[in-house]
Ligand binder design. Structure first.
Ligand SMILES: Nc1ncnc2c1ncn2[C@@H]1O[C@H](COP(=O)(O)OP(=O)(O)OP(=O)(O)O)[C@@H](O)[C@H]1O
Ligand SMILES: [Mg+2]
Length: 331
């Protein structure tokens, strides 16, 4: 049976086929010819073009803030990934799909996701909220009466869920995550150095020297962009202290969302969370010191999953394997 788990993320799309494991793990990007609209590349190849695209090719991100922003491109991207991994024969046996969606998603946004998955050839679509999928993916006991807490920081959304008895009992979802940090870095370098840098360069700065908490050894690196004054390529050096300062706003928005979720958590479950702590998932959770900052701000122990980027798709796949146990987590 070709049951499929999908994490259609703002930054990355992951697909797991039941019994086969992870078969797609690529950036959610499509490269398109500006004039003809012809698609030149999808996924990893398209992301490589981002920012360094030859004249006339633009990189489109079909997802924004965790939801579909460009319906046609999202359909095309999803179909492309599915066709690559599903042999033709399997396409006739239409698969059942479990797909992760942000917990703050609207009804209209839900319909768009369902429609995209059906258009790609699925028989049935079940939506699961991202924090729930992430919690199942990391192995938290979501069906038990004991409370668990997960913080998923992606590219477009940060989602916090307190879970017990297969339901989300407290949550917070904000459309601020890794992308906003990249944008803050671009804005900062432009203002402080008169230098225009691309999205990919800004993301590289964040990954290499970005942090949420003072580092034992502060770092620095060179970044290259285009001088705003004379239009000529130029390199400047930036350090981890200034980068930490410039991403404070998105970082503290995430911390504030964690606090809000904790404030609405029923007291009986709070004691479970004090014992078990918070599990962090999603690519953005890998920002250096983010766990430490949240630990300091909440006083709760923080654990970062070992493979934070795959938690949601792993959780969705677990649900497919044990539909009986997880029936009530699907929406
Ligand atoms: N080492 C790292 N340090 C900081 N951020 C990182 C690191 N590695 C990846 N990221 C960031 O993680 C984000 C992508 O994470 P993820 O794949 O979980 O998001 P997504 O699921 O596509 O997005 P969303 O859940 O918001 O729709 C990007 O913003 C990326 O820059
Ligand atoms: Mg995600």
């Amino acid at each position: 049976m070709a049951d499929i788990a999908i994490d259609l993320g703002t930054a990355n799309t992951l697909i797991e086929i039941r019994g086969e494991g992870l078969v797609v793990n690529e950036p959610s990007v499509v490269a398109v010819e500006r004039d003809s609209g012809r698609v030149r590349a999808i996924g990893l190849e398209a992301k490589r073009m981002l920012g360094r695209t030859p004249e006339g090719i633009i990189a489109v991100r079909p997802m924004r803030d965790g939801v579909i922003a460009d319906v046609d491109m999202a359909d095309l991207m999803l179909r492309h990934f599915l066709e690559r991994v599903l042999p033709r024969g399997l396409f006739k046996v239409k698969p059942t799909v479990v797909i992760g969606v942000p917990s703050g998603i609207t009804e209209m946004e839900k319909r768009a996701v369902r429609a995209a998955v059906i258009a790609a050839g699925a028989k049935a679509v079940h939506l699961i909220s991202e924090p729930m999928a992430a919690a199942i993916g990391v192995g938290l006991p979501v069906t038990s009466p004991k409370g668990s807490m997960v913080v998923n920081v992606g590219g477009g959304t940060s989602e916090i869920g307190v879970i017990a008895l297969s339901g989300i009992v407290a949550d917070a979802s904000i459309r601020v995550a890794g992308n906003e940090m990249d944008e803050a870095i671009m804005g900062y370098v432009r203002k402080s150095r008169n230098l225009l840098i691309g999205e990919a360069t800004a993301e590289g700065v964040k990954i290499q020297i970005g942090s949420a908490f003072p580092l034992e050894q502060e770092r620095e690196m060179d970044v290259t962009g285009r001088d705003l004054v004379n239009g000529i390529p130029k390199s400047v050096r930036v350090n981890s202290v200034e980068i930490r300062e410039c991403i404070q706003e998105p970082v503290f928005a995430i911390v504030a969302a964690v606090r809000r979720a904790l404030e609405t958590t029923p007291p009986e479950l709070s004691s479970d969370i004090i014992d078990a702590g918070i599990v962090m998932t999603g690519g953005g959770a890998q920002l250096r010191g983010l766990g430490r900052l949240i630990e300091r701000e909440t006083g709760l122990p923080i654990h970062l999953d070992e493979q934070p980027l795959t938690c949601v798709v792993r959780g969705a796949a677990r649900v497919l394997e044990d539909r009986g146990l997880y029936q009530s987590v699907l929406s």
